[in-house]
Design a protein around this ligand. Structure first.
Ligand code: SAH
Length: 212
């Protein structure tokens, strides 16, 4: 059973703002929908499952690779920021704790504009660039990294940017089928990791230096 806070996060994000206009009527159907340039917004249950497997909780610093529509980043935001007594999201941290990277300039603009319209951009840092090389600020460390495109291996720069006890979730396999893998960093060295195979999935291919 997925804990209630994940369901509340799903209920809080207006998914109709993140799907293309022509698919608005399908916004709450549990299936992936096409975006532009071959990207897809995952089924809402899959977006939630990624958050669940990444063990998101209030205060965790999260990096998402593959902004796409911005929907996953919005869900992450709902799970890691606290709320004031009137129920609005607040940022009591010194910086934004949700970061997302997109490699394609048009998808970057799409995601950014969706996140702006829905006001989530106040809580999210978004960058255009190859996420397989990690977040450009070399000192940045994350408690969770969620890769929303499929690769053949875990990009080593991402393992470097995980905090100890941090987890990374990523679909690993070929272009047509993948296994969702969870890596947990258990020590300071790059190979201090534990690996789990979670379930079979299908995502669009990861591009970039460590892409498919
Ligand atoms: N998380 C998105 C799903 C996006 S589909 C959502 O909720 O809508 C996967 C996305 O990953 C695509 O937008 C694709 O352009 C992007 N992508 C692929 N390779 C990438 C890379 N190396 N770095 C950053 N983004 C990448």
């Amino acid at each position: 059973m997925v804990p209630e806070r994940y369901i509340l996060a799903f209920e809080a994000v207006p998914r109709e703002y993140f799907v293309l206009k022509k698919y608005r009527n399908w916004a709450y159907v549990d299936q992936p929908l096409p975006l532009i340039k071959g990207a897809t917004i995952s089924a809402p249950s899959m977006s939630l499952l990624l958050c669940y497997h990444a063990e998101l909780d209030v205060g965790k610093r999260v990096l998402e690779i593959g902004t796409g529509s911005g929907y996953q980043a919005a869900l992450i935001t709902e799970l890691v920021y606290p709320r004031s007594s009137d129920g609005t999201l607040i940022n009591p941290f010194r910086e934004k704790i949700v970061c997302t990277m997109e490699i394609d300039p048009e998808l970057y603009e799409l995601g950014k504009s969706n996140l702006k319209k829905t006001c989530y951009l106040d809580f999210i840092e978004i960058k255009l660039g190859d996420g397989t090389l990690g977040w450009p600020d070399k000192n940045a460390k994350f408690d969770a990294i969620i890769v929303t495109a499929a690769g053949k291996e875990i990009p080593p720069p991402l393992i470097k940017q995980l905090n100890i006890n941090g987890v990374l979730i990523m679909p690993i396999g070929t272009e047509y089928w993948q296994v969702l893998v969870r890596i947990r960093k258990v020590g300071p060295r790059e190979n201090d990791i534990k690996k789990e195979h979670l379930e079979d999935v299908r995502f669009v291919p990861l591009r970039g230096y460590y892409g498919l």
